[in-house]
Write a protein that binds this ligand. Structure first.
Ligand SMILES: NCc1[nH]cc(CCC(=O)O)c1CC(=O)O
Length: 309
């Protein structure tokens, strides 16, 4: 491979930086390239700058990606590294997701102060989460809990928890593991009762369509099973027109050559949920996700969305 310098764009938070260094390390190992073949370029995004409002209010996916995508499009960056969960289903023209690293643990983790798990929390306890999916799933399991919006970096959230602003909070176990902070976890939620967000736990690479050199660069770090799972989950999300305002869960897993998918849509108050399970050939991952999205939308009925969309 020609030795040029590749510019890898990332957000600047501790988790984003870990992810960028993970990608860089894997690329170096895959091609036997030196450290100086890569430059990690840190950009701040709108989503990083607005920290006082719920993400669902600021609106739109792309909040954490816009600045990176602009620089990728005009050639100031060669690659951008993201949490797949933060990626819109529709990318800017000319860009695509060129690789998915092997997925981390997909589960959500409870960090409890006054009790270890959702079940064990006393009636009326306060749970902080910024995710509409987690809020809806908590309310579904425990309608008596007081769920409040709670944003910020992992460190900020843990500080607020320690200060007693909330009794418990939820975070992706994958992120905590990447930060080396798994010891704060008091309970891990199983994916059946608490399904993860589409893309949770998977780092992805975005690059320019037609940049063959970068396509070759990332090819050996792409994990085929994760890639198939993510195509399916993202197709499900797209079919449901997934936005920050819609609580949607979805998880695809490749087991013995079969892609198994489970998805769920919920009302934000957790009063209603619709589930779907499907399985098929990983080669048809997109069709599987799209079909599952269509089916679950039919099951839910038009009123389900009309109520609160
Ligand atoms: N929306 C923020 C975000 N995007 C990805 C992760 C965690 C890491 C991952 O899922 O890969 C997080 C934080 C969280 O949900 O705890």
């Amino acid at each position: 491979m020609r030795k040029r310098q590749y510019r890898i764009g990332t957000r600047g938070g501790p988790l984003a930086l870990k992810q960028a260094h993970e990608l860089k390390g894997r690329l170096m190992a895959a091609h036997g390239l030196d450290e100086d073949c890569f430059e990690i370029v840190v950009l701040s995004t709108k989503g990083d700058r607005i920290t006082d409002r719920p993400l669902s209010e600021i609106g739109g996916k792309g909040l954490f990606t816009l600045e990176l995508e602009e620089q990728l499009s005009d050639g100031r960056l060669d690659l951008a590294v993201h949490s797949s969960k933060d990626m819109a289903t529709k990318l800017p023209d000319g860009l695509y997701l060129s690789a998915f690293l092997e997925r981390e643990d997909v589960r959500d983790a409870v960090i409890g102060r006054t009790a270890p798990s959702i079940e064990a929390l006393p009636e009326g306890a306060i749970v902080g989460s910024s995710s509409l999916r987690r809020q809806a799933l908590i309310r579904r399991l425990r309608p008596d809990l007081n769920v409040i919006t709670y944003r910020g970096l992992v460190e900020t959230r843990l500080r607020k928890l320690a200060e007693g602003q909330v009794d418990a909070t939820l975070l992706a176990f994958a992120g905590l593991k990447r930060l080396g902070m798994e010891e704060v976890v008091t309970h891990l939620l199983d994916v059946e009762s608490f399904p993860p967000a589409p893309g949770q736990g998977a780092i992805c690479v975005e690059s320019r369509i037609g940049d063959g050199e970068v396509a070759q660069l990332v090819e050996p770090v792409n994990h085929a099973a994760t890639h198939a799972a993510l195509l399916c989950e993202r197709a499900f999300l797209k079919e449901l027109d997934g936005s920050c305002r819609t609580p949607i869960a979805g998880l695809a897993q490749l087991v013995d050559g079969t892609l198994t998918f489970s998805g769920m849509i919920l009302k934000p108050d957790g009063s209603e949920a619709h589930e779907i399970s499907a399985e098929g050939d990983p080669v048809k991952a997109v069709d599987l996700g799209t079909e599952a999205g269509r089916t679950v939308r039919e099951r839910a009925g038009a009123d389900f969305f009309a109520d609160w969309a």
